[in-house]
Design a protein around this ligand. Structure first.
Ligand SMILES: Nc1ncnc2c1ncn2[C@@H]1O[C@H](COP(=O)(O)OP(=O)(O)OP(=O)(O)O)[C@@H](O)[C@H]1O
Ligand SMILES: [Mg+2]
Length: 236
């Protein structure tokens, strides 16, 4: 599997580049007169090669936070920096480019395009990030155990295969930051162990990994836990 060996990226002035930082993030949602404060001043920092579990009850703000960190959503206050570059309050195109270059995102709702095969999904992701190495697609599919399903459409995959395909897609751009939103929510213990191994392997290669999860198995393997409750980080 390709690795990016980025565990100690140093700027020309000698300062270390931080893979991901969030500064005082706020996010409000409105439904009629009702306001939900999904994030209330969340700050965090992820280091290269660090595996962090983000834990909290349903509705506590985990997916909202990951979406803001990935630039898929814009915080109403605060900002995010990825590899030392500001992600927030930039055009959607600029955010997408930064995300394609540096971030692998595994979304809770699945991140595969339904009308593309597993292989076509991965190729598209690679081309968006500027990579189109056919060999690495084959390697990626083999390592993640999806060689036989390469021509399958997402609707033809089992839950566990879909979870692994989503992970393959997130890894395919060889990101420096990996954000995974409940990557093992609907899989058996064997698939969970496979996914965990891939996440840890990326960590050892220097990738900063943040996983939103309810799984104690994942959390016990993390270097650090962050708890979120009502949009606030309660323990880092
Ligand atoms: N698009 C939206 N519109 C309105 N409210 C939203 C929206 N997205 C999230 N929320 C609300 O924001 C809060 C945080 O939601 P979020 O999805 O971040 O929770 P979560 O911690 O990921 O939960 P789960 O463990 O169930 O996935 C919830 O109260 C949710 O109802
Ligand atoms: Mg969620």
């Amino acid at each position: 599997m390709p690795t990016n060996g980025n565990s100690c990226q140093i700027r020309s002035n000698g300062a270390e580049v931080r893979p991901l930082e969030a500064f005082e993030l706020y996010r409000f949602f409105h439904r009629g007169d009702d306001e939900t404060a999904a994030l209330r001043g969340v700050s965090l920092r992820l280091l290269a090669g660090e595996f962090v579990a983000l834990m909290g009850p349903s509705g506590s703000g985990k997916s909202t936070l990951l979406a803001c960190l990935a630039g898929l959503d814009e915080p109403d206050g605060g900002h995010v920096e990825v590899m030392g570059q500001r992600m927030s309050r930039r055009s959607e195109a600029a955010r997408a480019a930064l995300r394609a270059r540096h971030i692998g995102m595994l979304m809770q709702t699945g991140n595969l395009f339904d009308h593309l095969t597993v292989e076509a999904n991965i190729k598209l992701q690679m081309s968006l990030s500027g990579q189109s190495n056919r060999q690495s697609i084959e390697q990626l599919l083999a390592v993640i155990g999806l060689t036989r399903q390469r021509q399958a459409y997402p609707s033809q995959l089992s839950g566990g295969e879909a979870a692994r395909a989503g992970l393959a897609l997130a890894l395919s751009s060889n990101p420096q930051v990996l954000l995974a939103d409940e990557p093992t929510a609907e899989v058996d213990a064997t698939t969970e162990a496979t996914i965990l191994n891939h996440l840890m392997e990326r960590c050892r290669a220097g990738v900063a990994v943040l996983v939103a999860t309810h799984s104690e198995v994942i959390a016990t393997h993390a270097d650090r836990r962050i708890s979120i409750q009502d949009g606030r980080i309660t323990y880092v």
